[in-house]
Design a protein around this ligand. Structure first.
Ligand code: PEP
Ligand code: MN
Length: 364
């Protein structure tokens, strides 16, 4: 169970506008003062009001560019003074927070490699205790809702009320054109638990490729996200980190210009009526799905009893294999993806095995 969060609404974040999408843009890493300022001027021309840049970069392997360090904070101060944009950086430990606050950085974010580590999150929570700064919490690298929620709860307990989730995708084993799988159902679950928690999307780290950024950004808008963080560099191909996914300020302008805004909920009465009719139908169908599953489970139970009487193992691999083949064939006819069929039937099979185990053990 999640505890309720004590959240300040976005209108209390001190942002120039909370019109959706709220856009945070800027380079993956601050590299030189010139790069930071040239990029910022390009973004200012687009009307972007929050500037991001990584100062300390968590890299997978040593020897990659690990950020310019504290000197970059002065460049961000110049961005703020010259353009009036708010500034945002990533913090991963107490020293980062201390330096960021001393440099009057406006917004902090916690990176995916930090969210996985409750020790690191607790350290951040301890130093942030009593500090009134907005914090965006990226999802952990691995698809674990609890780690993400836990990090948000820890920071909120420390008194951070201006807090938002930032969805940047999850590393996976499957081959995919995307750098990090979005697994949209995970941020959806976070929002189900905390309906007033603002949700941002980072399409740059999800896609890993600049030509896919726009599509992911639109999907986030379709899912009613509050904002976007998009890596932007004045000369992306020369970037010292994440060169393939950064866009120029001009390209960002095109991406944002093409985004189709969606209403969180329509007020039009025809729309409302059609939607509620369709939702009633979904509720009925969900009921049907459950009752078919319950009937299937009764048959599973009868089979379990026969197996017990005849002292037969719960699992017959060849039979399971037969089921898998059949449902995949049927699934294709219905236009289901193989992953979907796999997930559904593995879950059904697991529940059936659990039931038969209990019968064999004489517990059911
Ligand atoms: C970043 O925003 O540049 C970054 C390092 O992101 P992530 O923590 O999502 O990998
Ligand atoms: Mn990056």
């Amino acid at each position: 169970m999640s505890t309720a969060l004590d959240l300040a609404p976005l209108t209390e974040w001190g942002l120039p506008s909370v019109a959706r999408p709220i856009v945070i843009a800027g380079p993956c890493s601050a590299e030189t003062e010139e790069q930071v300022l040239t990029t910022a001027r390009g973004l200012q021309r687009l009307g972007i009001s929050i500037y991001r840049a990584g100062i300390w970069k968590p890299r997978t392997r040593p020897g990659s560019f690990e950020g310019v360090g504290s000197v970059g904070l002065r460049w961000l101060q110049r961005v703020r003074a010259e353009t009036g944009m708010l500034t945002a950086i990533e913090v991963a430990n107490g020293k980062h927070v201390y330096e960021a606050l001393r440099a009057r950085i406006d917004i902090l974010w916690v990176g995916a490699r930090t969210t996985v580590n409750p020790f690191a999150i607790q350290e951040l929570a301890d130093v942030l205790s009593g500090v009134d700064v907005p914090v965006l919490v990226k999802n952990p690298v691995n698809p674990d809702v609890e780690l993400w929620v836990g990090a948000i709860e820890r920071l909120n307990k420390a008194g951070i009320r201006r807090i938002a989730a930032l969805h940047r995708g999850f590393s996976g084993l499957e081959k995919s054109p995307l750098r990090n799988e979005p697994q949209w159902q995970i941020p959806i679950e976070v929002r189900r638990r905390f309906p007033t928690l603002p949700m941002f999307c980072d399409p740059s780290h999800i896609s890993g490729r600049r030509d896919l950024v726009a599509d992911i950004a639109q999907r986030a808008i379709n899912l009613d996200y509050h904002g976007l963080m998009i890596e932007t560099h004045c000369r992306p191909e020369e970037a010292l980190s994440d060169a393939a996914q950064q866009v120029t300020p001009e390209q960002l302008g095109v991406i944002l210009g093409r985004l189709v805004a969606r209403e969180a909920d329509g007020t039009d009465s025809d729309y409302q009526r059609r939607l509620s009719e369709l939702r009633e139908e979904i509720d009925r169908l969900d009921g049907d799905v459950m009752s078919v599953l319950a009937r299937r489970m009764e048959v599973v139970e009868q089979i379990g009893r026969i197996k017990r009487e005849n002292n037969i193992t719960v699992l017959q691999t060849s039979r399971w294999d037969q089921i898998v083949r059949r449902v995949h064939l049927r699934g294709t006819e219905y236009g289901f993806s193989p992953e979907f069929v796999d997930t559904v039937f593995k879950a059904i099979h697991q529940e059936s095995i659990n039931k038969q185990q209990r019968i064999l053990d004489g517990l059911a």
